[in-house]
Design a protein around this ligand. Structure first.
Ligand code: BG6
Length: 467
């Protein structure tokens, strides 16, 4: 049997995308609560005000997980729900919600896998000191992390500090598609360093507090391939890979920044505030595991047309076929050669396998979790049945890639499909679905099990044998 007996068959969500109850029981607004209210920023003005209403229906949702046989559920904690001011008084009602959710999961033999930061920074911190633009945010994050470890650490033994830094930083500071919607590449790099420090401080706090579980971080994993063999496409790929892979993974897994790339970006944008003490801190806090979110590879070409990445929502929702924020390369969309989803995301299970091999080659025998992978689609609904065959096919092929990686000796410990239930897509509203469970938005958010729900149930029951 290639999947280990303790393999975590999971599925994931994130607080803002699933909970709703955006202003209830003492929760303060996050930067997303404010951002979605700016006209034109989200698809048809959709918000997470109600989302899938998981906040009120978590018991029903956990029952559905239990019935499916889900081994583990990845969710995130909304920072402004537990600390409305970011680092001030604790909102006990917020703590109670997560505590109840965790207990409900454990009662049903489902292992909680918790993300601390899935992009919903308390608005108060953005207003007070510019959020991640300031070192003060590192202290605030440590306060938040310590609170979570203290209140939930007795029951939660798997922690992710940050979800996809590259996305909230690029979209937040280079393409204006996420809050705080700025266009300032220097800040993007500076913020990325402060977030790495916040991660390191949380890792050290976790260990110092004597917790017994594991702590890591989740990055996007998007292997880059030169579109042609030309020197200019290969050079463009070096830039893409240095930014998307090495700039983000090296500080977390090696405690350093890729030197040549750092030199190049500092020459272009200015000297970053990175001290020797910072680097020692990063070195002392290697993650126990790396989480990877994999959706697609990138086909990279030189940006010959010198096109600029625009700030509009559409060009930021489909990754293929757009220039990079720095103008040095662009991604290529080639429907003749490659297979794509409706949102022009390339479907390529081999690249998932390759991503794990690249991580293994660069960072050694680090345990890996696939913390997100899935198909965003508009599902076919026939007489109240959700026929999401394309999702089954997508996940099955990616799981086969996982199986191959395990057989080759990669320490893959779990797979979390994105997503457990249909939820808010940040920039595509409720139109783009990922879940095993359908949410009927015309009928009081009624939950309906999709075809993929039953399929995954069988995969879990056979520990992957029926793949
Ligand atoms: C990841 C995020 O980037 O991709 C999720 O961690 C997100 O929160 C998912 O929903 C899919 O992205 P999208 O834009 O298709 O909803």
């Amino acid at each position: 049997m290639s999947f280990p007996a303790d393999f975590l068959w999971g599925a994931a969500t994130a607080a803002y995308q699933v909970e709703g109850a955006w202003n209830e029981d003492g929760k303060a607004p996050s930067i997303w609560d404010e951002f979605v209210r700016i006209p034109g920023k989200t698809f048809e003005g959709t918000t997470g005000d109600i989302a899938a209403d998981h906040y009120h229906r978590y018991k029903e949702d956990v029952q559905l997980m239990a019935e499916m046989g889900l081994k583990s559920y990845r969710f995130s904690i909304s920072w402004p729900r537990v600390l409305p001011e970011g680092d001030g008084a604790v909102n006990e009602q917020g703590i109670e919600f997560y505590s109840n959710l965790i207990n409900e999961l454990l009662t049903n033999d489902i292992i909680p896998f918790v993300t601390l930061y899935h992009w919903d920074l308390p608005q108060a911190l953005q207003d007070e000191f510019g959020g991640w633009e300031s070192r003060q945010c590192i202290d605030a994050f440590e306060t938040f992390a310590r609170l979570c470890f203290e209140r939930f650490g007795d029951r939660v033994h798997h922690w992710i500090t940050f979800n996809e830094p590259i996305i909230f930083q690029t979209f937040g500071y280079a393409t204006e598609a996420h809050p705080p919607a700025k266009r300032d590449p220097f800040l993007l790099y500076q913020v990325s360093h402060y977030v790495n420090l916040a991660h390191a401080r949380a890792v050290l706090a976790y260990r110092e507090m004597g917790n017994k579980g594991e702590i890591g971080l989740t990055h996007v994993s998007q292997p880059c391939y030169a579109y042609t063999n030309s020197d200019e496409d290969k050079e463009a790929t070096w830039w893409a890979e240095s930014f998307g892979f090495h700039w983000y993974y090296d500080p977390i897994l090696k405690g350093e920044y890729p030197a040549e790339y750092r030199k190049a970006i500092e020459a272009q944008y200015g000297k970053l505030d990175i001290t020797d003490d910072d680097l020692s801190l990063l070195k002392s806090a290697r993650s126990d595991f790396i989480g990877i979110n994999y959706y697609q590879p990138a086909r990279i070409a030189a940006n010959n047309q010198q096109a600029e990445r625009t700030a509009d929502r559409e060009s930021n929702t489909s990754a293929a076929g757009t220039p990079s924020f720095c103008g040095r390369y662009r991604t290529v969309l080639d429907t003749d050669q490659f297979e794509y989803t409706r949102w022009s995301w390339e479907i390529c299970p081999d690249a998932l396998h390759d991503a794990m091999k690249r991580i293994h080659a660069r960072y050694g025998d680090i345990p890996i979790y696939i913390t997100e992978n899935g198909l965003g689609d508009e599902d076919l609904v026939v007489n109240d049945e959700i026929l999401d065959e394309p999702r089954i096919d997508y996940i099955r092929r990616h799981l086969l890639a996982c199986q191959q990686a395990i057989e080759e000796g990669i320490k893959l410990k779990g797979y979390y499909a994105w997503s457990w239930i249909d939820l808010l897509s940040w920039l595509n509203g409720y139109k783009k679905q990922y879940g095993f469970v359908y949410v009927d938005r015309d009928n009081k958010l009624k939950r309906i099990k999709k075809q993929s729900y039953f399929w995954y149930q069988d995969i879990i029951a056979t520990n992957g044998e029926s793949l």
